[in-house]
Design a protein around this ligand. Structure first.
Ligand code: IVH
Length: 677
């Protein structure tokens, strides 16, 4: 009997140890033991389980450990995408926001009501209620596909499991932000860098019991799907769900016009440090829901809302050295190595100096005392130099003219603006090992192929060992060779293999973003994917003869301008880029872009607009066409189905061309009739 107790204790101790190591590995990304040691202990535990049947009554180790976080939760597609918000940092940005709304809605002088809410710095989640009962709870994931974290969310006692009202829509999705209060965080601050990480870590625990140990709270701020729709205003919505038992933020307010926006901003900024939770700004939303609907979304964020951030935290320190870094587009960025200083709770020892012109303009030198600032997730930057503290012997900083690879760097002249770039660049692309490594890091990053296990350090190591030299190598890894390297055991190899194999199925937008064309971020990649739909169509850009014509059509896409078109042209004018991209395509399964519209008044029709409209802006007309399943083209061709002619100053030549090609032409009245039908 004593022996049995000893075995059980030994078994429990080992399991506890493995769980601890798991946390370090998966959640904190900071393993403390080698994979071999981990595998050995796990093997022993499994042997014990096999040998002593009484251990089976314990929760089996195979269920507790070993699953990487990305596989931990079931993936579920959101009913409506969970978008992000665009940011405003100063009064000007807010004035722009108001102007854009007015232009889009074709309003002249009327100021529309905005609803202002604190922007909670936590983790977003969505709660789905069917007939008033909480049936699903998802994390944001990548905004399109979330993770099923219902059981973990259910441990938050203030989240209603059942809505007590007979007026609840059949289906309602409540969007909320989960957070840890400042006081509660203090109790666990040794384990996490900040409250936000702690909330994220807790929500993503495999075992909901672990989640319940950390006191999570939430504020509900919005909705996703609602059927039938019963709300007319954001203010009314929040009030109603507050009555239903959801926790909503008390510091909300309706405002109108820039002066009230600014006033509210300073009022809450003053309160900020006394609040029990972290906020990083205020969200301003168009209050009326039918106006929100008309404004719609760009590919990533709603046009009807914006996050107005509070000004960043600042600190004073000293520059120890200035080094240069090479980015994935060959950009040479000077970085100040500073004496470590705490800014907004985080220790900073590097700050960006942006570019050569910035150093010149501010005359920044090694040894200078400087003010630095850190805003949100953005890299800290050097703001000003305190000249009174400058050492008399200090020398001007001479910016190196060569890249770290030895090649001469250049400041390019933009073809579209004829302006000289402020940034020096190494133009060697994949032939510069510093640029190449950064391109590879971009490809494996979370927003691109999202390959767990191929972090920045691993890419550097694999590049130096020539295991990965270009993107396609990622999918042809020599695992035998990797096995010989320090720190790689069977567990980490099998995790890497799985992560890579999973990432082979990639959507067209992620693929376009991943290949790293300058000026093509996630949003532009989505716009391009929506236009090209399939990799076959996108690949037509590789051929010189097609490219020019294709690029002409892009200019009319909302969000794509001359700069992006020039960048796409430059990228595909380089043979090496094409060769590398083709080799990568051969390794992948690239899924067609799929916002599949199954209905809509312009389903699968190609439209073009000329002239202005009385009651809506061109942007609203375009977005209406797209939301009705149509595609908007920028030039007249045989492919066009409908030319919509607005009353105000249409281009005669376009109408003639359309007539010649026997394309259907509709006027503004007909356009309105179709939309209202
Ligand atoms: S409204 C984008 N309101 O901020 C859809 N978001 O950057 C409309 N957040 O994912 C979002 N407090 O997780 C909204 N009062 C608030 C918010 C809030 C925090 C988060 C939310 C969202 C992120 C957008």
């Amino acid at each position: 009997m004593r022996n049995k107790k000893k075995i059980l204790n030994d078994y429990k101790k080992k399991v506890k140890y493995l769980i601890e190591q798991n946390k370090l590995y998966y959640i904190k990304d900071n393993p403390k033991i080698s994979d071999q040691k981990y595998d050995n202990i796990k093997k022993k535990v499994l042997e014990l389980e096999k040998k002593f049947s009484f251990l089976k009554n314990q929760s089996s180790i195979s269920k507790v450990v070993g699953a990487p976080p990305s596989n931990k939760f079931k993936k579920i597609k959101h009913l409506r995408p969970m978008l992000s918000l665009s940011n405003a940092f100063e009064k000007n940005d807010m004035e722009d926001f108001l102007k854009k709304i007015k232009n889009f809605l074709n309003l002249s002088d009327i100021n529309i009501d905005l609803f202002c809410e604190p922007k909670i710095d936590g983790i977003s989640a969505t709660l789905i209620y069917e007939n008033g009962i909480l049936t699903k709870g998802l994390s944001r994931g990548d905004g399109v596909i979330g993770e099923d974290i219902l059981e973990n969310l259910k441990t938050i006692s203030s989240i209603p499991k059942k809505i007590k009202s007979d007026k609840v829509p059949k289906l309602i999705e409540i969007r909320c932000e989960i957070f840890i209060g400042k006081k509660d965080f203090k109790k666990i601050s040794k384990k996490f860098a900040n409250p936000r990480n702690a909330a994220g870590g807790s929500l993503r625990q495999k075992d909901p019991k672990e989640t319940s140990k950390i006191p999570l709270k939430y504020f509900a701020y919005g909705f996703g799907a609602v059927e039938p729709m019963i709300f007319k205003e954001q203010l009314e919505f929040l009030k109603k769900i507050g009555d239903w038992g959801f926790s909503t933020n008390p510091l909300v307010k309706k405002v109108n016009g820039i002066n009230e926006i600014e006033k509210r901003h300073s009022e809450i900024d003053i309160l900020r440090s006394s609040l029990e939770y972290d906020i990083d700004g205020l969200v301003y939303k168009v209050n009326e829901l039918n106006l929100q609907k008309r404004l719609g979304n760009t590919s990533n964020s709603p046009r009807w809302a914006i996050a107005y951030k509070f000004s960043a935290e600042k600190a004073v320190t000293k520059i120890k050295d200035i080094i240069i870094q090479v980015g994935r587009t060959g950009a040479i960025t000077p970085v100040a190595k500073v004496e470590p200083v705490t800014v907004g709770g985080v220790v900073v020892s590097n700050a960006t100096l942006h570019n050569e012109d910035e150093i010149e303009r501010k005359d920044i030198r090694i040894g200078d005392t400087v003010k630095i600032q850190r805003a949100g997730d953005v890299i800290p930057q050097v703001l000003t130099v305190d000249l009174s503290k400058r050492n008399k012997n200090s020398k001007k900083f001479i910016f190196p003219s060569q890249c770290l690879c030895g090649a001469l760097t250049k400041k390019e002249i933009s073809k579209s603006t004829q302006k000289k770039d402020a940034v020096r660049r190494c133009l060697k692309g994949y032939d510069c090992k510093f640029t190449a490594r950064e391109k590879l890091k971009h490809i494996v990053s979370k927003e691109a192929f999202n390959i767990d296990g191929l972090g920045k350090k691993v890419i550097d190591q694999f590049y130096d060992l020539k295991i990965i030299v270009e993107p396609s190598d990622i999918f042809k890894l020599d695992y035998e060779k990797i096995k010989q390297l320090d720190g790689w055991g069977s567990l980490s190899i099998s995790n890497l293999r799985n992560a890579i194999s999973k990432s082979k199925n990639v959507s067209l937008n992620k693929f376009i973003y991943s290949i790293g064309i300058r000026h093509i971020g996630q949003e532009n990649a989505k716009i391009l994917a929506k236009f090209f739909v399939s990799i076959n169509e996108f690949s037509k850009l590789f051929e010189n003869k097609n490219r020019e014509n294709l690029l002409k059509n892009l200019i009319d896409l909302d969000g794509i301008g001359e700069t992006q078109i020039e960048a796409i042209n430059t990228f595909f004018s380089n043979d090496k880029n094409i060769e590398i991209t083709k080799k990568l395509i051969n390794q992948l399964d690239i899924l067609n872009y799929s916002i599949i519209y199954s209905k809509g008044k312009f389903l699968n029709k190609r439209l073009m607009f000329t002239g202005g409209f009385q009651n809506m802006s061109r942007s609203e007309a375009k977005s209406l066409a797209e939301n009705n399943g149509g595609k908007v083209l920028g030039s007249i061709s045989k492919k066009l189905d409908i030319l919509v002619v607005g009353d105000s100053k249409p281009t005669k030549k376009k109408i003639e061309q359309a007539k010649d090609l026997k394309i259907k032409i509709i006027n503004e009245t007909e356009w309105n009739q179709i939309l209202n039908s």
